[in-house]
Design a protein around this ligand. Structure first.
Ligand SMILES: Cc1cc2nc3c(=O)[nH]c(=O)nc-3n(C[C@H](O)[C@H](O)[C@H](O)COP(=O)(O)OP(=O)(O)OC[C@H]3O[C@@H](n4cnc5c(N)ncnc54)[C@H](O)[C@@H]3O)c2cc1C
Length: 430
């Protein structure tokens, strides 16, 4: 059958297997020469694509939950949306929430996902207590930071290349209400935006929508959303605007250029700063919604290009990157900037600094531009996100992931027959 990622870049012919028991999975692994596990497939990348793909979606039971401690144990095919639907009402939230709600727990570990609170909470591995992994020989190994740490750290962020994650035990975050207190602040340019990030560090989460097509003194202008979990007192405070939806400019998709859309969106917030209370999912999935409106009429493929720059070089790197994008003929949309704290891990994407995600419609000139941007990313000691990549070269990977050799050694130790491979792992030489 044809198997692809969210944006159909790429799409290949593959055998798609699934399983609901350990024995079924063991048989699939033993019979296949090479294969790769897959979560929801809501991805931009080719790290869950190969000619044999194992879907984990039928292995999806919640096994235990401790109401006192907030520790949950579940199978790897459980989706984040399912956990939120059940546990937010009980006062427990996921500690790390990415912008896409249907990702699975297995993927959250395999890509060591981050959220808009990375500078406070780190990525998913920071909250993972232990996980069970089925290796290429069919054995099941439980690993944690204390027990079998090499397997643990090679599996967190290891893109499914050590084995199939079966079960995970991790910590949820206690919250007083399912609401979010948000302040939304306009930033005139990149410098302003960096300042706002800097003095917003006490907030639980921060994210900026950034206008990648603004130039000159407006270069890098945007709107920062800084946020904390709302308390019961916040909900009683009538001076706070209670909103069901995030403010959206009323724009007919397809009738406007991306530049005009960005400008209208930026100016749709009239005040420099706004405060309001919103349901948690409105915040976590806002930019998804904002950009899907303008994206609704796009039939073409798109690529999300995500980079991280170290803190000291972040401003200069982003400024140069925006200048290059601006002088190209590309029409990027839906760009967000977030702030990262320090991160352990062999292939985890975050590094202390800044991360920009830009969506580009795919066209023949795009890859020349991305090639130029890759060179810039290396010059500024940054890296691309493996979890959103379908084109990184081996050279870029090896230069930007300093622990890549350690990872390869461990991958071959735990998967000596090299059963677990993806299109991405072959391309980048793992
Ligand atoms: C709109 C959008 C927004 C995003 N926002 C964020 C964000 O805020 N933060 C962030 O960190 N990421 C983000 N991502 C990236 C996202 O985490 C990845 O695209 C992710 O791959 C999607 O999850 P999935 O369940 O579809 O996993 P898949 O794409 O199916 O799998 C991803 C990787 O995990 C491996 N894997 C999956 N399940 C298992 C398992 N059980 N055992 C071993 N390996 C496994 C696969 O082999 C593959 O290497 C975003 C992606 C999109 C499309």
């Amino acid at each position: 059958m044809r198997v692809s990622n969210l944006e159909k870049h790429p799409e290949i012919n593959a055998n798609l297997f699934d399983f609901s028991s350990e024995n079924e999975l063991r048989t699939i692994i033993q019979n296949a020469e090479e294969l790769i596990p897959r979560g929801s497939g809501c991805f931009f990348e080719d790290n869950a694509l190969n000619f044999n793909v194992i879907s984990t979606l039928r292995f999806n039971k919640i096994l235990a939950f401790n109401e006192e401690s907030g520790i949950i144990t579940c199978e790897s095919g459980v989706k984040f949306s399912e956990i939120l639907n059940i546990f937010v009402a009980k006062g427990w939230m996921l500690p790390v929430i990415p912008e896409v709600r249907s990702i699975t727990v297995g993927e959250a570990i395999a890509a060591d996902i981050y959220g808009r609170n990375h500078y406070k909470k780190g990525s998913f591995s920071n909250h993972l207590i232990s996980c069970d992994v089925m290796l290429g020989d069919g054995s099941i190994v439980t690993c944690s930071k204390e027990s079998k740490p090499e397997l643990f750290w090679a599996t967190c962020g290891g893109m499914g290349l050590t084995g199939v994650i079966l079960r995970a035990k991790f910590q949820l975050l206690k919250v007083e209400t399912p609401y979010i207190y948000q302040e939304s602040i306009k930033a005139r340019n990149l410098e302003d935006l960096f300042d706002i990030f800097e003095y917003s560090k006490d907030f639980d989460y921060s994210v900026a929508w950034i206008d990648c097509l603004s130039k000159g003194k407006n270069l890098g202008r945007g709107i920062v959303g800084r946020v904390r979990h709302a308390t019961k007192d916040d909900l009683k405070n009538s001076s706070l605007n209670h909103k069901k939806q995030y403010d959206l400019p009323f724009i007919f998709p397809g009738l406007l250029s991306q530049k005009t859309y960005n400008s209208l969106y930026f100016h749709s917030q009239l005040k420099k700063k706004k405060k309001f209370i919103i349901p948690y999912n409105t915040f976590f999935y806002t930019f998804d919604k904002v950009d899907n409106i303008n994206k609704a009429d796009r039939k073409d493929e798109c690529i999300q290009y995500q980079i991280a720059f170290p803190k000291e070089l972040g401003y200069a790197g982003l400024k140069e990157l925006l200048d290059i994008v601006n002088s190209s003929n590309q029409q990027p949309f839906g760009s967000t900037l977030i702030f990262f704290g320090k991160q352990d891990g062999l292939l985890s994407f975050p590094m202390e600094g800044y991360s920009l995600s830009i969506n580009f419609p795919v066209n023949s000139d795009l890859f020349f531009l991305l090639h130029e941007l890759d060179k810039l990313v290396l010059r500024y000691e940054g890296r691309l996100n493996l979890a959103k990549d379908a084109r990184m070269t081996r050279e870029v990977f090896e230069k930007s992931y300093p622990n890549s050799e350690i990872f390869k050694t461990l991958k071959h130790k735990f998967d000596s027959n090299n059963k677990f491979q993806s299109l991405q792992s072959k391309r980048i030489g793992i």
